[in-house]
Design a binder for this molecule. Structure first.
Ligand SMILES: *Cc1c(COP(=O)(O)O)cnc(C)c1O
Length: 485
């Protein structure tokens, strides 16, 4: 394109004010703030300008026809401004459909809250509450009073508190109990949880010195004992919840470490990570120590997450001996890590369900998904296959896909069980007109976003992690995507 042509095209671009005048009374823009409309106009005009300068417009692009007709051109620009403005004000944090079968999916928000928790959040968020007010005494109360008693009841601990998340809980405990001192920990337990949570890094930031003992695969009681010096302040065990070491291994049971702690007058802490309150082995999952097990084994302080196996809101729970918890509560850092009232409301409601185990299993989404029997996944997979087939037949596009099933496995995820998998019947979707990976992408970009996985060149939907009504959305999305191919 010649320079002259470019100049002519550039002159066709309308000004911000003339577009604004046209848009002002358009019902399409009624709920879009003026500032957003203005910035969207500028953005769209800038893009057109760039396209012209790059020689795209005037040759092959959509604006090609429009550029010769002012009315069409303005309409086209206004359409694009509307799209851009709507995208600008649309929420970035949006619901997604988890078809991966990973129950505690860290990237997809870990635990879903139970209905009771949602209702309590609504109540507490909308009004004033006794968050830090003792109603009986008529004076300042403690933030933890909503959950302390029930946590003690459910775990057998003497005292309890909660902070923002478990990484915070570990940090706070170490800082309180061992700042400027040494913490003895086994080399086999120096874990990285994901994101950037590494036990050694957190320890360093909390002001204590790590004393590593033993080897990656074997650590003995004598290793701990010979590491104890005057500057030792804490013996730490970290539950290796996201991996297992197999083969020639040895680790020291907490009961023995607790006795060693007593002998040397040192507190013993366990970072349990996932922290289940009930024994899930009854429901076919692997046996993992529960929080009560750890308390009973003699740990002076135990930390665990609120939104892993517990199935509540993001929180870091700390339970243990009364005098130890008291020290932690009075650390000024609790202020920086404190749990907020919405979380507290949700946590109290979730914990309350644990007073009746069957109720907890039924009502807490994480537990319901984890304990869903294989037969139920078969039922749900069959229903989804049937729904998809009916839908694509009704649209006459049944030749574009082969829908079947495969017996695969779901995973607990979220650093909760060591690579533990649960048998699950999954729906396999094998598109004929596009590749499985393109289908995966299209499902992911769909609104709402549907996150699945690829296995053996098929798109996999695991019914275990699907919530009510999501089958239908998947069915419609798939039909919609295939229909456009
Ligand atoms: C997950 C985990 C943490 C971190 O907990 P968050 O709630 O994610 O902060 C710490 N320690 C262990 C052993 C964990 O498994």
């Amino acid at each position: 394109m010649t320079n002259n042509n470019i100049q002519t095209l550039l002159r066709e671009i309308p000004g911000v004010d003339s577009l604004l005048e046209k848009i002002k009374n358009s019902p399409d823009f009624k709920n879009i703030p003026l500032s957003v409309v203005k910035s969207s106009i500028r953005e769209v005009l800038e893009r057109i300008r760039t396209s012209i300068l790059n020689g795209v417009i005037g040759e092959k692009e959509v604006y090609c026809d429009a550029i010769n007709d002012k009315v069409i051109l303005h309409e086209k620009i206004i359409q694009d401004v509307l799209i851009y403005a709507k995208e600008t004000i649309a929420p970035r944090l949006v619901p997604t459909i988890n078809a991966t079968g990973v129950v505690l999916h860290t990237n997809l928000g870990r635990s879903l809250l139970c209905q009771d928790a949602l209702e309590r959040i609504n109540q507490i968020a909308a009004g004033f509450s006794n968050l830090e007010f003792d109603i009986k005494k008529g004076k300042r109360g403690e933030r933890y009073s909503a959950i302390e008693q029930i946590l003690c009841e459910l775990t057998g601990a003497e005292s309890a508190m909660a902070v923002n998340n478990n990484a915070g809980a570990v940090f706070l405990c170490l800082n309180t109990l061992a700042r400027d001192c040494e913490v003895v920990v086994s080399r086999g337990e120096l874990v990285e949880i994901g994101g950037s949570f590494r036990i050694p890094d957190v320890m360093e930031k909390s002001g204590c010195k790590l004393k590593e003992v033993g080897t990656t695969n074997r650590t003995h009681l004598r290793d701990y004992e010979s590491a104890i010096i005057d500057k030792t302040a804490l013996l730490l065990k970290v539950h290796t919840s996201n991996y297992t070491i197999e083969g020639f291994t040895a680790s020291v049971p907490l009961t023995e470490l607790a006795l060693l702690g007593k002998k040397h007058n040192l507190p013993v802490m366990e970072d349990l990570g996932s922290g289940s309150l009930i024994d899930l082995s009854k429901y076919g999952l692997a046996r993992e120590p529960t929080v009560s097990d750890v308390v009973l084994s003699g740990a002076d302080v135990v930390t665990f997450s609120g939104d892993k196996l517990l199935g509540g809101p993001q929180a870091g729970l700390i339970v243990g001996r009364a005098d130890v918890i008291k020290r932690i509560k009075s650390n000024p850092l609790t202020r920086a890590l404190r749990i907020d009232k919405l979380t507290l409301a949700a946590l109290e409601a979730t914990l309350n369900l644990y007073r009746d185990e069957m109720q907890a299993i039924k009502k807490i989404p994480t537990l319901r998904m984890l304990t869903m029997p294989f037969d139920e996944t078969v039922e749900r997979a069959n229903k989804l296959i049937n729904d998809i087939n009916l839908k694509i037949e009704s649209m006459g596009i049944e030749d574009r896909v082969v829908v079947g099933y495969a017996d695969l496995s779901s995973r607990t995820g979220g650093g909760s069980y060591p690579e533990y998998s649960i048998p699950s019947r999954c729906v396999t979707i094998d598109p004929k007109s596009i590749s499985a990976s393109l289908l995966e992408k299209k499902m992911r970009l769909y609104k709402p976003s549907i996150i699945g996985r690829i296995d053996n060149n098929r798109f996999i939907v695991d019914p275990r992690t699907l919530q009510k009504g999501e089958d239908q959305i998947i069915c419609n999305a798939l039909a919609d995507i295939l229909n456009r191919e």
